[in-house]
Design a protein around this ligand. Structure first.
Ligand code: HAM
Length: 424
């Protein structure tokens, strides 16, 4: 028909198809399991929030806020934004539900979709999914170490190999201003060697210069002072303690003095995880401490730390590394029938099998037996039940072992029992 466009998923978004279900289930179920083992509870926040939550929380000068937010006015004139990240919404929920009155820290995890209007490329989407955690209400270095440990154990449980955790400390409002002065002083001396973006960053967000991937800026970045060398006594001790605990459990942590994060709320510990082949968009996850964020959002000073991982990137790495994940969605039983008299008995038998806990697919309309067996094979069913005139008259069923290509007749009740045992 003319005039109807060829619809496609919007740029930067993707459909997850049934053949990928096993990867999603594997990653999400592993996340739920690990979060449970570490004592975290699930939180889900709305897909959109007041725009100002992210402007205040993530930071006015960040790429996320200046370029990447999906912001719209609703019909009541409110400015709303599709969440680009989960930390500010979780803290908003902590405040709104008076979670300060619960035993501290409050440990929460989420599996949520995020939205950033970024330039789509490999591993970078406009809609993507995160598994993340937030621990609110405890400033101890042990919390930092345990959050990083959880991230590591999660990726390890998935079977991913060759990953590295990069770690840094970017100080606190007490020591950072002095460090920023040093940084600005350093980069001002190298101003002419910096890319256009970095010359602008020098004015608005000098820390972000350290994160620039532009070749041209690398010499100045390599020579820049490191935040970890300019920490106040408290921040230095905190960093020593975190590192000490991570070393004790032998996590492969690499100190990266240039690691800064793309969101403004971080204090002290920051970290990212990279796969073996590093690309510009390769971080599988990242996070850090955000001890000033609660105040920023109108609450009492309350420390917090967390991380988020990108599920699409993790799945891509699972595929790249050829990790075998458990199959899902295969029926154990296929119920085939031939002839009108067998149609209802087959429908009923399939229902009975499912109610006994046997995943079952059934033929629902007339088809040749050859076509039905072919389908049963393609679906990967272990057994088929065949009901035709003969079986209906005898009150039996023909059971076919699809792998061995053997078959026999049995009363229906015992056939179901045997199947249940075979399924284990
Ligand atoms: P983030 O570093 O912006 O941190 O995102 C975390 C992870 O989400 C990244 O490492 C990456 O795997 C994935 N990710 C980010 N952007 C995209 C994208 N456009 N396409 C695909 N994957 C992406 C945060 O979001 C913080 N809220 C993490 C945090 C939690 N910090 C403290 N608590």
């Amino acid at each position: 028909m003319r005039g109807i466009p060829v619809y496609q998923a919007p740029r930067g978004t993707q459909d997850v198809l049934p053949e990928d279900e096993k990867y999603w289930r594997y990653v999400e179920e592993t996340a739920v399991k690990l979060a449970g083992q570490f004592g975290y509870g699930l939180i889900r926040t709305p897909t959109f929030e007041d725009t100002s939550l992210f402007v205040r929380g993530v930071g006015e000068s960040t790429d996320i806020v200046t370029k990447e937010m999906y912001t719209f006015e609703d019909k009541g004139g409110e400015s709303l934004t599709l969440r680009p990240e989960g930390t500010a919404p979780v803290l908003r929920a902590y405040l709104e539900h008076g979670m300060a009155n619960r035993p501290q820290p409050v440990k929460m995890y989420y599996l949520m979709s995020m939205y950033r209007y970024d330039r789509p490329q490999a591993g970078r989407f406009r809609e993507f999914n995160q598994f993340g955690v937030e621990v609110v209400g405890d400033a101890s270095p042990g919390v930092d170490a345990e959050v990083i440990l959880l991230l590591w154990r999660f990726l390890e449980a998935l079977g991913l190999k060759g990953l590295t955790i990069q770690l840094n400390s970017i100080g606190c409002p007490r020591c950072r201003p002095r460090y920023l002065e040093l940084l600005v002083h350093h980069f001002t001396q190298h101003r002419m060697q910096l890319c256009h973006d970095c010359q602008r960053r020098l004015e608005v967000n000098p820390l972000r210069l350290l994160d620039c991937k532009n070749e041209q800026c690398q010499p100045a970045i390599l020579a820049a002072p490191a935040s970890a060398d300019h920490l106040c006594d408290d921040c230095r001790q905190h960093f020593v303690d975190v590192r000490g605990m991570l070393e004790a459990i032998e996590l492969p942590v690499v100190l990266n003095p240039r690691l800064v994060r793309g969101l403004d709320y971080y204090t002290r510990t920051v970290f990212e995880v990279y796969p073996p082949v590093e690309g510009a968009q390769a971080a599988l996850g990242g996070g850090g401490r955000y001890d000033g964020l609660m105040e920023q959002l109108g609450g009492k000073p309350t420390p917090g730390i967390g991380f988020a991982t990108g599920i699409e990137r993790i799945i891509q790495n699972i595929k790249n590394q050829g990790i075998a994940v458990p199959e899902v969605g295969k029926p154990f039983l296929y119920v085939a029938y031939l002839g009108e008299a067998a149609r209802l008995p087959a429908f009923e038998l399939a229902d009975q099998a499912r109610r006994m806990g046997i995943p079952t697919v059934a033929t629902l309309g007339p088809r040749s037996m050859k076509a039905q067996m072919k389908l049963a094979n393609n679906l990967g069913a272990r057994f088929a039940f065949i009901l035709a005139e003969q079986e209906i008259e005898a009150g039996t069923v023909t059971v076919r072992d699809m792998a061995r290509s053997t078959q026999w007749q049995e009363p229906r009740a015992s056939a179901l029992e045997h199947l249940l045992q075979a399924k284990g």
